[in-house]
Design a protein around this ligand. Structure first.
Ligand code: F6P
Length: 359
């Protein structure tokens, strides 16, 4: 019998359960239900460190296609968290290897983002049979065009921007929407275009506040009474671009600035005389049911993971490149982030319809 361990790690997102279901159903089909045992590992790597494992019956994987979150639970940065709660005096890698052994796993499937993939590579280097599955609303995993969770978040953020239009128009205001994406601006870029934003601010293109104000004023001058500004959570201005992340955070804290979005709103109001408001959908972008696109993608990813298990191709993570579902070696993608290239066709298209990036 094949014993397959599954864990979900890092921030949750829509499509985790659809992917788990895809893996399970594809394995049951491919190997026969009697020849597979799926072991659910609770709370990501924390569960692997502490042997929080449970054999799952096939019925667990029915009816979860549309369910948001993760049935296995997840934890962000378990190593750091364990330090904080004083559970740091154990050899975590040794423990994870022991759990793998104790549970008699043939392989371990890790559903997660960049941090998760780093640990997956580490475990793979330690001799475990690991297969990764790329999850994140940020779409910033290297080597795949798309991650599951991303399209759902784009849909939700677009809906928020649509709704902001009507209230912005009624009040003749500038409405800023802060969209998740600490490092990469994929979500803001896509939702910004889909939601008809007038200004899109992403970390890859440091902004100049004067340019943002110019764009807003130009709209006013042309008779448009309102503006919509989509801002990625991790955005920073041209002066901050010269600083390291820590220095930037320190400077902001000293100035009492919590986010770039709130600062931009205050500056727009002060510099243009237009009323500005901020909307932060935050974790709503990660909650609830996956979109149809993500259900399909998650299912395809799950099926491909089962294929990799059958072929015993480990040390890899599933990817979509063009229209093809494929996989990359963990060593080729771990520790790398996929950023928006400033020459990206979407950036160019947005500029071509008059969207300002504040640069
Ligand atoms: O990694 C995905 C993400 O959605 C980022 O865009 C965001 O910065 C982060 O999660 C916030 O997540 P949490 O509040 O769970 O730490």
């Amino acid at each position: 019998k094949r014993r397959i361990g599954i864990l979900t790690s890092g921030g949750d997102c829509p499509g985790l359960n659809a992917t788990i279901r895809g893996v399970a159903k594809a394995c049951y089909e491919r190997f026969g239900e009697d020849n597979v045992e799926i072991v659910g590992i609770s709370n990501g790597y924390y569960g692997l460190i502490n042997n929080l494992c449970k054999d799952m019956s096939p019925s667990v994987f029915s009816g979860i296609l549309t369910q948001g979150g993760t049935i296995f639970g997840t934890k962000r940065q378990p190593f750091k968290m364990m330090q904080v709660i004083g559970e740091d005096n154990i050899d975590k890698v040794k423990n994870m290897k022991e759990t793998y052994k104790k549970q008699k796993l043939d392989c371990l499937l890790t559903l997660g983002g960049n941090g998760t993939h780093k640990t997956s590579k580490l475990l793979s280097d330690e001799g475990l049979n690991v297969i990764g599955l790329p999850k994140t609303i940020d779409n910033d995993i290297y080597g795949t065009d798309v991650t599951f969770g991303f399209h759902t978040a784009v849909d939700i953020a677009t809906d928020v921007l649509d709704r902001l239009h009507t209230t912005a128009a009624s009040h003749s205001r500038v409405l800023l929407c802060e969209i998740m994406g600490n490092k990469a601006g994929w979500l803001t870029l896509n939702a910004g275009i889909a939601g008809g934003a007038d200004v899109i601010i992403i970390p890859e293109i440091p902004y100049d506040i004067d340019k943002i104000c110019d764009a807003v004023m130009a709209r006013s001058a042309s008779g448009k009474t309102f503006s919509i500004v989509a801002v990625a959570e991790g955005a920073f201005d041209v002066n901050e671009a010269k600083m390291k992340k820590k220095e930037r955070a320190k400077k902001r804290a000293e100035a009492g600035i919590i986010t770039a979005t709130s600062r931009i709103a205050a500056q727009i109001q002060a510099n243009t005389g237009l009323e500005a408001r901020v909307c932060v959908p935050g974790h709503m972008l990660r909650g609830g049911a996956p979109s149809a696109y993500d259900r399909v993608l998650s299912t395809q990813f799950g099926v491909h993971a089962a294929y990799l298990i059958a072929k015993e191709r480990y040390g890899r993570t599933v990817a979509k490149i063009g229209n093809k579902i494929t996989s990359n070696k963990l060593e080729d993608i771990a520790g790398r982030t996929k950023f928006v290239d400033t020459e990206n066709h979407l950036v160019i298209a947005a500029r071509d319809i008059g969207v300002s990036f504040g640069d």
